[in-house]
Design a binder for this molecule. Structure first.
Ligand code: FUB
Length: 466
């Protein structure tokens, strides 16, 4: 989100301020008609550009693994992967970057599309990178004890080294794990139970037009299959949702009676939309709903190399086919509500305006680069019979400012005002508490940040008292 001669921090403020108008303009043709721009929850992340979503459901939360398109990119310039999580599909917590190119000593560049999976309490993240020794695409596997990392290189070398990209991992109901990947081919291999080695040799899934559709004018590539497979099973049916045709890509899918086929082409999931010539799918079920993750170029400055991850809720047709899903600004509805009476990380955000995040000295992340007029929307806070006070963990190397607590909009009813003083450093943390009145029932909560000029303060977490 930066351009020459402007501070990225300041430009982020401008960019996000423009987001609502931009989103409304670019996606109006396909947008859910109900949400006003200020209610927009897509794209999921407003603080950086994100791409190549890979959602994972674990212990009642969705963990969302993404790539990170660098500001101002003119190529797939990607150095790290990022993790986000949510238990309600609208308020997303930023877990920073627990995996980057340097995690793999043998890798050079291109932190592209991967996927993480859990097995026996460990989390395995399969990612494509350039092998420094060969200059070719390879696939590495990282492992962690937690879905948010930190991740380490599991084997110290490429797991797969055949110049192709975009791994997806799937563990069948019989316990057999499969790794699929490829562009221009579609490969698979059976992973061993350790998830870091495999049996047999990688095999090609035949790319037939019966299995993967017919590419108009396709000569080198007769089928629609391009890249980005996402393989999963629903009931007894296996699905492969993939990026089709190039370019622009759309999302298509095939089904099969078994994990390796034979595949039958089933048609379009998401048409080519949204200002990015690539798209990349991730599909999950969560708390009784089905969700489709994808990316587009919907943030200001967004495009084919500055993408953003978004999500839509959908319902399978009775015969198991997937309906056509369009990009919206509204995103998925909230599942449940947010409890404002437990500690909430400041980087748990439904929609942020002007702010960014960074690693906090005490662990986790904090919100920073806060300037006068910036705000954070936290959706669907359940205040119940009423809040009496608000506490926030703050730090400021300047004179601080004010946190205004507002309901249902950045200029909505003010239910509290907290003063923040200088603490002597951006990571010198202190608590501030202020009285709250009039916060009852369910509301979108806006933390509106006001004060003088320049950066005001950082926020690590906040919590209301009932
Ligand atoms: O993000 C880099 C590449 O773009 C991914 O590996 C592909 O799936 C496409 O989204």
């Amino acid at each position: 989100m930066s351009t020459p001669n402007r501070s990225p921090r300041r430009l982020a403020t401008l960019a996000i301020t423009l987001a609502s108008a931009f989103l409304a303009a670019t996606l109006s043709a396909v947008a859910d008609p109900s949400p006003s721009p200020v209610q927009a929850d897509n794209p999921i992340v407003q603080t950086i550009y994100t791409a190549d979503p890979a959602p994972l459901v674990h212990n009642g939360r969705v963990y969302l693994y993404t790539g990170h398109d660098e500001d101002g990119s003119t190529w797939f310039t990607m150095k790290e992967w990022r993790v986000w999580s949510s238990d309600d599909m609208v308020n997303w917590t930023d877990h920073g970057s627990p995996l980057n190119i340097d995690t793999f000593s043998w890798a050079r560049q291109d932190a592209w599309a991967g996927q993480a999976v859990e097995r026996n309490g460990k989390f395995y993240w399969y990612v494509p990178v350039i092998n420094d020794a060969t200059g070719r695409n390879a696939i590495g596997v990282a492992v962690a004890d937690s879905p948010t990392g930190p991740f380490r290189d599991a084997i110290g070398r490429p797991l797969i080294d055949n110049a192709e990209i975009d791994p997806t991992v799937f563990i069948d109901t019989d316990g057999q794990a499969y790794l699929y990947w490829g562009n221009p081919n579609l490969w698979y291999v059976k992973l061993n139970a350790d998830m870091t080695s495999y049996s047999g040799s990688p095999a090609k899934i035949p790319l037939t037009t019966q299995g993967f559709g017919t590419r108009p004018g396709g000569t080198d590539r007769p089928t629609l299959y391009e890249e980005g497979p996402w393989v999963y099973k629903r009931g007894s049916l296996y699905y492969n949702v993939f990026a089709a045709q190039c370019c622009s890509e759309f999302i298509a899918y095939s089904t099969a009676p078994g994990p390796t086929g034979p595949w039958t082409y089933r048609g379009t999931v998401m048409p080519a939309q949204g200002s990015s010539f690539t798209n990349h799918a991730g599909v999950i079920d969560f708390k009784g709903g089905s969700y489709f993750f994808y990316h587009n170029g919907a943030l200001p400055g967004g495009g084919g190399f500055t993408r953003s991850v978004a999500v839509e809720k959908f319902t399978y047709n009775a015969d198991g086919t997937i309906p056509t899903i369009n990009m919206t600004t509204g995103g998925a509805p909230q599942v449940g509500s947010l409890n404002p009476y437990v500690r909430q990380e400041a980087e748990t955000i439904a929609w942020g305006t002007g702010v960014e995040t960074e690693p906090a000295s005490g662990g986790g992340m904090n919100v920073g680069w806060i300037e006068n007029g910036d705000s954070i929307k936290v959706e669907g806070a359940a205040f119940g019979t009423g809040a009496s006070s608000f506490t926030a963990r703050v730090a400021s190397a300047t004179a601080g400012g004010t946190i205004e607590l507002r309901l249902d909009g950045p200029n909505g009813t003010r239910v509290g005002t907290c003063s923040v003083s200088g603490t002597g450093g951006w990571q010198n943390w202190a608590n501030v508490t202020c009285p709250v009145s009039g916060a009852t029932g369910n509301h979108d909560l806006y933390l509106k940040f006001t004060g003088g000029s320049g950066y005001l303060y950082n926020v690590d977490w906040w919590q209301f008292t009932a």
